[in-house]
Write a protein that binds this ligand. Sequence first.
Ligand SMILES: [Zn+2]
Length: 440
Amino acid sequence: MFLVCHPRREGARRCPCGAFARAVHERLGPRRWRDLPVLGQAAVLEHSPARVACRRCGRRRVERLPWAGPRQRETERLRRQLALDAASMPASHVALRAGVSWRAVRRAELELLERWERTLEGRPGPRALGVDEKYLGRRGKGGQRFVTVVSDLGSGAPLGFELGRDAAALERLLARLPAEALARVEVVATDLHAPFAAAIRRHPRLARAVIVHDPFHVLQRANAALVELWRAALARGCAKGLGSTQGTSLALRTAPERLSAAARGRLARVLRHVPELGQAYTIAQRLRAALTHRDGRTLLRGFERALTELRRLEAPALVSLRRCLEQHAAGIRALARERPAVGRIEALNNNLELLVRLGRGHRDYGFLFRKLRFVVATAMYRDGGAARYRAAGVPLPPKGVGTVPRKRRAKAKPKTRGAPTSASGAPATRKRPAKARSGR
Ligand SMILES: [Zn+2]
């Protein structure tokens, strides 16, 4: 069942070129446009458009309609709502809910992206860039299991994607970015992946930028060394009867304050039992405290101390950790001066993961990238989602149920029966004058 509305024309007909058209060339049969539901009912607009003879462009075209463009089957406001919903719902679900095709949803999304991207033109480029890799696993393409992502750490929005994670992949990606996007960059935050640093150093515009290694990746590397040390102890058989090995690996990788009291107790027993691991754990925690410290001098002192202590230990896992830290020391020390918002890199990764899962995988990486940029830049947690509604051109619905207008409340008071109360009050909804009937 549909609620069918017949819009009434106000003013003269117009040609799609914008000119008023006085002469109707031909009347066409009735057509329908899917619209937003009304009071829980599926609704359509029904109208018989005319083909007009235009004096300005000299053509005979179907008149311009205020609710939809030529050849569209949905009204503009429905398309905007579809695009908004598809930012946080699988497209197939949006299509089903609105009673339109999946393609109609995708078209609406593309329109929104194009509209929104035009508003970005001419904005100054970022000061801080983030470079990271993302594991795609079997979702990768052409044997590539990783994708390199470059993002603006100011807004958190991605600037580009490229399959692969070697220097060549990053170089290809940077070469594709417009010159303005890199003109203001002073800081580049990367993980401890040497090829990325090499590619940045070779880039003509980024060569002088400060490379910073974000604490997250440094600490991840340190935690990996702890787990390796624990596995080596297990292999030597000196960790018998210490409980779940999986649980210990996880506890070693988790910040102590996030462990339960029981887990902390179990971990303490393991650390006492394997002294080498105990020592390494203390160093790793010191490193963590240093790298996440606000004060630059405390950070530097803590980092140097951790390095000195590591030099005294000879386990292969720790030697390779020390070499890694020494190799990337400049980028880690730079943290004392530069603190780019590296948390945004991880937030971006999470958003990417979410979109891929929502879409049950994406084959079109170009579209995925554009959508990701939109979703990140108009995050719903900021200003109550207003930015995304604004970008989509959908008015935010008023909150609550509102109040009954004063005039009608006064009329309802006298308890005289049969008084017509509904006819005199202000109409609850302002709708376009329309004749409504239901039909199919
Ligand atoms: Zn015209």
